[in-house]
Design a protein around this ligand. Structure first.
Ligand SMILES: *[C@@H]1O[C@H](CO)[C@@H](O)[C@H](O)[C@H]1NC(C)=O
Ligand SMILES: *[C@@H]1O[C@H](CO)[C@@H](O)[C@H](O)[C@H]1NC(C)=O
Length: 227
């Protein structure tokens, strides 16, 4: 059942790393917070997953992390589907029973070592030792066998999604650790924002989202990832 539901997504995303060295991120022109990289990405992936929130004492939801699976869409760059792949991905993801955790999808796909799975996005203890940092980890995906195929990053730019809430912000992040990418961009987001308010004491929530991740140029190797 899970496999059948995923078929359209996988078929559209399937591909063995097409040349995207000339790919450009399309960013809103009326802002300066996100700066398009001068070099094309090494990876462009569509992610499905959850954004996690806890209820702060002020009665607002605070983002505390995320978990997502990233699929290679490099071969879609330049095709008509490229601009809507995140919506296709989100709609498939939304159809799955609410109780299907993203971790179950990650575990389900893991044994196949499928070339269309780039890797995973999750949070780890920050290299500074305090707080959490986002990580994009391709060591069990497309770059399995390369223990340095990850990036832990820190946010440097943030704009509201041009499509507005409930689509989560578009971000740019810079490498803090790992060889996968020098930067990561989260763009073309679908859903993922928390509701506007909460009752202090409420349980944490996970909100489904999809996004395109783009990882431009790297420290040691020239990998780019579009997330
Ligand atoms: C840019 O334009 C969008 C859409 O018109 C608008 O929602 C947004 O507030 C603008 N951003 C800035 C920084 O002016
Ligand atoms: C986010 O929530 C998911 C369950 O929905 C959980 O598996 C994951 O560990 C959480 N991660 C963080 C950083 O909160």
């Amino acid at each position: 059942m899970l496999a059948l539901t995923f078929l359209p997504l996988l078929c559209s995303a399937v591909g063995t790393q097409c040349d995207i060295s000339g790919a450009q991120i399309s960013l809103p022109s009326n802002q300066t917070a996100l700066v398009a990289p001068s070099e094309g990405p090494s990876f462009i992936g569509v992610a499905i997953g959850v954004q996690n929130y806890t209820c702060a004492s002020t009665g607002t939801w605070t983002n505390v992390g995320a978990v997502a699976e990233l699929f290679d869409i490099s071969c879609l760059y330049g095709t008509p589907e490229f601009s809507t792949i995140q919506e296709i991905a989100f709609n498939v993801w939304k159809l799955l029973p609410p109780a299907t955790p993203i971790q179950e999808i990650i575990s389900f796909l893991e044994p196949y070592k499928a070339s269309f799975v780039l890797g995973q996005h999750y949070f780890v203890t920050s290299p500074s030792g305090t707080g959490l940092s986002p990580k994009w980890d391709f060591t069990s995906g497309i770059l399995a066998e390369n223990p340095e195929a990850f990036v832990i990053a820190a946010k440097v730019g943030d704009i509201p999604a041009p499509t507005g809430s409930p689509d989560v912000d578009w971000l740019s992040l810079d490498n803090v650790e790992g060889d996968l990418a020098k930067q990561v961009f989260r763009v073309s987001t679908v859903n993922g924002d928390a509701p506007t308010s909460c009752t202090p004491g409420s349980s944490p929530i996970s909100v489904k989202y999809a996004a395109t991740y783009c990882e431009p140029t790297v420290s040691l190797r020239h990998f780019h990832i579009l997330t």
